[in-house]
Design a protein around this ligand. Sequence first.
Ligand code: CAA
Length: 386
Amino acid sequence: MDFSFTEDQLAIQAVARDFAQRRIAPVAAEFDRSGEFPLDNIREMGQLGLMGIEVPPEYGGAGMDAIAYVLAMIEIAAADCAHSTIMSVNNTLYCNGLLKFGTEAQKKKYVTPIASGEAIGAFALTEPQSGSDATAMRCRAVKQADGSFLINGKKSWITSGPVAKYILLFAMSDPERHARGITAFLIDTERAGFQRGKTEPKLGIRASATCEIEFTDYRALPEEVIGEEGHGFKIAMGVLDAGRIGIASQAVGLARAAYQATLAYARDRKAFGQAIGSFQMIQQKIADMKCKLDAAELLTLRAAWCKQRAHETGQRFSTEAAVAKLTASEAAMWITHQAVQIHGGMGYSKEMPLERYFRDAKITEIYEGTSEIQRLVIARNETGLR
Ligand code: CAA
């Protein structure tokens, strides 16, 4: 087992850290307050290769591996979770899905502008009535005589929906076949039949725009079907396996930021004549924070390693991704909670970023599969039972 990183991995980590600390950290609180989408930063991140880290250079990306992606995500999330949400959806839910299942022409046309940061991509699976139970979707795609599909229905909680140029959409094309009747489509948001609905006022990751989208007789052309007709659910699940490693990385970055702020505070803050970090009750919390943080980081890197290996073996990494996401998101929630507690009143104040970390951490236990769904995936895969 080798715990060291390659030069390329360290290089993208350094690029991400520099951008995160110089350009994101100073404005993160203001973006959180205003809820404005950080478009200029996202464009620049695209130019630095951060919007398509695993995308080959011929499609506008940085051509790096899954470990490099994790390292870069951790750095961006440590500065601001909202920026890392936008980065994660672009990289994994959108680019990864198209790279894996798209044709050469689809990759050229739809991956290049998104991986280079010229435009934003999104992923649309969830609906107002179906979140965890994704196959219960109502959005319909009806095949026409000329091979095109007419799409009607609603999707909700679409990260980057308000600004996306292209969306990877999942719709039911054959309701009789349930999971095997779902097809994936590439949606152009500038085409007739596509509308944006209400935006979500959120507890955290406030600068990452989220909205409902609606289709009214939207016509998808045959060349806009991604993968085979009826294979959409497997595509969505495969893409989410990769996406969950992104959310695990985000949780690690966020937890690391909260932990480091807490260490500094525990050394500086005096109570009863001593640094509060010398009290055993604080020391116990710090030791537990450190253990959870390291476990989350190592499990996330293991999942990324399995994902990278899958390029050669084709082996699924669903369990490792679910273990990483579950462990890291629960660690982030616990660590940010303890960080607020140790900071006392300052943890509760908007003068410091702790309350933002705490609010942002919650979403990592919910999106791209709740903690309950991660436990279900792990237990089903471990026992072989359903
Ligand atoms: N990779 C490939 N195929 C997979 C798979 C995977 N990871 N998981 C399941 N499949 C296949 C199964 O093998 C099965 O194939 P067959 O029909 O050939 O047997 C098929 O898909 C159906 O699988 P299941 O019977 O297991 O399906 P299910 O209905 O029981 O659901 C589930 C399984 C795990 C609960 C799944 O629905 C799930 O993950 N739900 C959560 C959805 C989710 O994460 N939503 C988040 C949306 S994205 C988001 O958060 C927004 C954002 O923008 C950030």
